[in-house]
Write a new protein. Structure first.
Lengths: 221, 410
């Protein structure tokens, strides 16, 4: 008799580490910001929509992207910043869609804006930076729900980050790796759906780890 | 505990087992490669300090890492000092200076052994070693530790001829990036949490240092640790303190290193002494060089607020140190400081004397707010600016030389 609690395929946990590459491109005002957001590589957009979350993993990520932080903090454009903060990153499956949403938000603002453009003080320009990702296998492997929970407790925040954020948006898998495996390999469709419905951008990564454990433990009983 | 030659496992209680395991995983991917770091001095200065910590730890991780130092006479180092100042925006160098630089570089090309699979050259002094690139099957990296946000153009263009022959370059902050034909990576400096300047101290340790410098225990201290340099704006710090003192009783501590060999430093200290005259609550300290690291550690820990009101900065490791000690920090939004402080999340950024005073008052009036931002600041440093992150990024940098894609599967 096959063990129904065992996964068809084990889950191999990976981790993902970032090296930042400078592009030499900088924006001083919103028009320049828009121009470069349209043209820089997807790895640059990815970096600036996820860097804050990665670097401030102990803080609730607000604002959740560097563009909004800069527009608010250095251009004092509160309304635009709020709209950029409110872009539902979770709702997009590709960087292209996310980029288009940011572009549209800025274009709508510029169409209504009156008066001269605000210029960032010298030295406080927006510097475009690219994220180079290195994906490595870790020794952690799970082949049932109990093992999955144990691994979630042990893996680094970067590993959680990779499977929850990067795999869905940057690797365009459509959903996060945990939900995909729980649904297709472990037969826990309901748990998979619950995790897929989480908005990970509104948690710190440690809160997200606790949330994953809490939800998975419900299905152990 | 000695400062150097720690094991990577010593960092587990600070950064966690999983982070150290990740370092070991990356290190395995560099098996078989020899990393050769080259700079201009084995002791003294920030580069030597960081290499003296990094090289043993990389070897401890199993990455074969060597460190060589180029040679040069006083005349050569006089020229490289001029180059350094020019990269900070100072005046250019003469034709004679160029000739001195080229002649010593030619001698160094002859006498410096070059054997690394990856040759990691630090700062301008050894930059011309790249002349040997075509004769070797090595990858070459140039690491710039200097703030080059507004370099002297002619000196930058002189160096650029060398820089663009490297396979990759590294700068410390986004504002330092330049238009270059080669890849530019951003790797920020770091602090060692186990060093004498940053390790945990007891309350008794802190009290002993406050007592040594005649500082009170029962009144909040507002402290700036910096050499006496106009770019650190010690006069502006005093003005900000005076605005605060109208409402809150506090003492101001300006702590700098010994200035006898630095004519400008002595001059600035004299000016500041004049400005502080008559206020017994302003303490201008010249920190004992023999106990500098321990004393600075205790002064930062004993302060209610740490300030860094610089007009210009590189990365500002004094801010990193203060945040690591969970101190509430008020600092100018210049150089690498905004990378370390997210305003109102992990500290307060200021742009003026009045702004600095306002933020100091906010912290002194609201200890809970100060504590929260201090705690956030410490966590931010733990995640991003400790030596372990620096090690990780250096190893990724080495691996990037063999992988060109934006997403690399190792």
């Amino acid at each position: 008799m096959p063990d129904l609690n065992k996964a068809i395929n084990p889950f191999y946990f990976c981790t993902r580490l970032i090296l930042r590459e400078l592009t030499g491109i900088r924006a001083r005002n919103i028009k320049e910001l828009l121009k470069y957001i349209k043209t820089v590589s997807g790895s640059v957009i990815y970096n600036h929509t996820h860097q804050f979350l990665q670097q401030h993993i102990h803080l609730s990520p607000e604002p959740p992207n560097d563009f909004a932080y800069w527009v608010k903090g250095f251009l004092n454009e509160e309304e635009l910043a709020e709209k950029m903060m409110s872009i539902d990153t979770c709702g997009f499956c590709t960087i292209r869609e996310l980029r288009n949403a940011i572009v549209k938000t800025i274009q709508d603002h510029l169409a209504k804006a009156k008066g001269p453009l605000r210029i960032a003080p010298k030295g406080s320009e927006f510097y475009f930076v690219k994220a180079m990702s290195f994906v490595l296998p870790t020794p952690h492997v799970a082949d049932d729900l109990k093992g999955f929970i144990e691994c979630i407790k042990k893996i680094s925040v970067y590993s959680i980050y990779f499977h929850m954020f990067e795999s869905k948006l940057r690797l365009e898998k459509g959903t996060n790796d945990f939900s995909f495996w729980l649904g297709t390999s472990l037969g826990k469709a309901e748990l998979a759906e619950e995790i897929a419905r989480l908005d990970p951008y509104t948690y710190t990564i440690e809160e997200l780890r606790s949330e994953l454990i809490k939800r998975a433990e419900k299905y152990l009983k | 505990m000695t400062d150097l030659h720690k094991k990577i496992e010593d960092y587990i209680p600070i950064v966690g087992q999983e982070k150290v395991e990740e370092l070991k995983l990356i290190a395995q991917k560099l098996k078989g490669k020899t990393i050769q770091s080259i700079n201009s001095t084995a002791v003294g200065g920030g580069v030597a300090e960081i290499l003296s910590r990094m090289v043993p730890l990389l070897n401890n991780l199993g990455v074969d890492t060597k460190w060589d130092v180029i040679k040069g006479d006083l005349e050569f180092f006089g020229v490289t000092k001029k180059i350094h100042n020019a990269l900070h925006g100072g005046k250019g160098i003469t034709k004679k200076d160029v000739n001195i630089f080229l002649e010593t570089s030619r001698l160094n090309l002859e006498r410096t052994p070059l054997y690394g699979d990856i040759i990691f050259v630090h700062d301008p002094q050894p930059i011309a070693l790249i002349g040997k690139k075509s004769t070797l099957d090595s990858k070459w990296i140039w690491r710039c530790h200097v703030d080059v946000s507004q370099p002297n153009k002619s000196v930058w263009n002189f160096l650029k001829k060398y820089i663009e022959k490297y396979d990759a370059t590294v700068f410390s902050a986004p504002a330092f990036s330049q238009k270059l034909k080669v890849k530019q990576f951003m790797i920020c400096p770091s602090i060692d949490p186990l060093s004498e300047k940053n390790r945990d101290l007891t309350d008794v340790d802190v009290s002993s240092v406050l007592k040594k410098y005649g500082l009170p225990h029962n009144v909040p201290l507002v402290t700036q640790v910096s050499r006496y340099d106009r770019l650190k704006d010690p006069a502006g710090v005093i003005d900000a303190y005076k605005l605060v003192r109208k409402y809150i009783n506090c003492h101001l501590v300006l702590a700098g290193s010994h200035a006898s060999d630095d004519p400008e430093g002595s001059e600035v200290l004299a000016e500041i002494r004049e400005k502080a005259k008559g206020d017994p609550q302003i303490h201008l300290l010249v920190v004992d060089p023999k106990t500098n690291d321990f004393d600075v550690n205790a002064l930062q820990r004993g302060s209610a607020v740490v300030i860094q009101k610089s007009l210009r900065e590189g990365f500002a490791l004094t801010v990193t140190e203060a945040l690591w000690k969970a101190r509430p920090v008020v600092a100018s939004a210049v150089g690498g400081i905004p990378l370390q402080i997210a305003h109102k999340y992990s500290g307060l950024l200021c742009h003026s004397i009045e702004g600095a005073a306002l933020h100091i008052k906010q912290f002194l009036h609201n200890p809970a707010y100060a504590k929260k931002l201090g705690t956030n600041g410490k966590e931010h440093i733990r995640q991003n600016y400790l030596l372990t992150r620096h090690l990780r990024e250096y190893m990724l940098l080495f691996l990037s030389l063999y992988n060109k894609e934006d997403i690399v599967y190792l």
